[in-house]
Design a protein around this ligand. Sequence first.
Ligand code: HEC
Ligand code: HEC
Length: 325
Amino acid sequence: MFSCFNRRGRRAERARSFAVLSACGAPATALLFCALAGSFSLAAYAQQPRTAKDGVYTDAQAKRGQTLYTDRCAQCHGATLGGDIAPPLVGDDFIGDWNTQTLADLVDKIKNTMPADDPGKLTERQSADIVAYILQVGKFPTGRAELPSDAAALKLITLPAPATPSRPASAVAGAPSFPAFGSVNDVMGGILFPSSNIIFDVQTKDPAKKVTGASTSDSSLTDRFADVYQGWMLVDIAAVALVESAPMLLTPGRRCENGKPVPVDRPDWIKFTQGLVEAGRTAYKASQSRNQDAVIEATNEVAESCLNCHRAYRDRRNIARCEVQ
Ligand code: HEC
Ligand code: HEC
């Protein structure tokens, strides 16, 4: 039952020590590499942070992007980028989705996950060209230099805040309410446990390797439809499930199996729930990078977020679950 924690496998440890290594702590060859990396990023940092309003692409580049867009994106995102069966790539909703990240993230999103039906084929250069076209249709001005395609330079460029804040978070007046139905254990077993295990599985299984679902006639639905959501998409949505489960942990009136109410107003309970949200976001971001080692690294944070709350509210001796000291 607790396999999720035991599965912080050796690869995760390795990933961790690699991170330490690349943080310039190691001798010999690593030092040489660090010296090079250091001077390189120094040059990049010499550039000023800019926004898309500062003329960050050229007309010729946007033209190249347009050709690619028409060929590979328009059928889903619409000829005018206004959205069709996929979300719009212009307008306040789009800007609102991306203005808290950098253009490096947007280029990565395109390079790693788009076109959704045939991802992983675009180069960095092509993805940056398409972003130039997205900026042009979004009425951002052209400039003298092209939008760079290297991550260090792109990280310095952001989208400005949208004119009108998108999607008000307030509840619709008169909306029905949804009181707690299951116990904390039910939420854990039904959502957090399976979702986090999908993420932990990346420690030992490369999501890019295709598996085909068993399809014998007497197999379960789970088996038969195993290849509907699979690969990286399955990891994406498992991470989303972790983030989205937070409100369930903060629903007043939910109880632990022992009948004790969830301490939804305790600062530490709220903090642990926020930790879960952060870990889910980290895992999502890692999954979107389509990089197995990045997800392995993120599993540390996910496991940590579970443990932090369990230590305080689940696994204490002599104090009932959900009970406050
Ligand atoms: C087969 C349909 C399809 C094609 C083709 C496609 N996309 Fe998408 N795209 C989607 C869907 C569905 C989403 C929403 C889910 C997601 O974010 O992954 C999406 C999301 C996006 C997003 C994030 C939007 C947001 O608001 O967060 C960007 C950017 C994007 N696509 C760019 C592109 C580009 C550039 C191309 C062409 C190279 C492309 N897409 C081709 C289906 C498609
Ligand atoms: C904000 C607090 C909190 C967070 C975050 C949290 N849990 Fe829990 N978890 C609990 C509590 C409290 C219980 C005991 C629930 C009960 O008795 O009804 C529990 C129980 C469980 C159980 C059932 C164990 C048993 O004894 O039957 C599993 C499995 C579980 N959690 C997995 C996870 C995983 C995986 C994560 C992280 C992705 C996580 N939990 C994050 C508070 C939390």
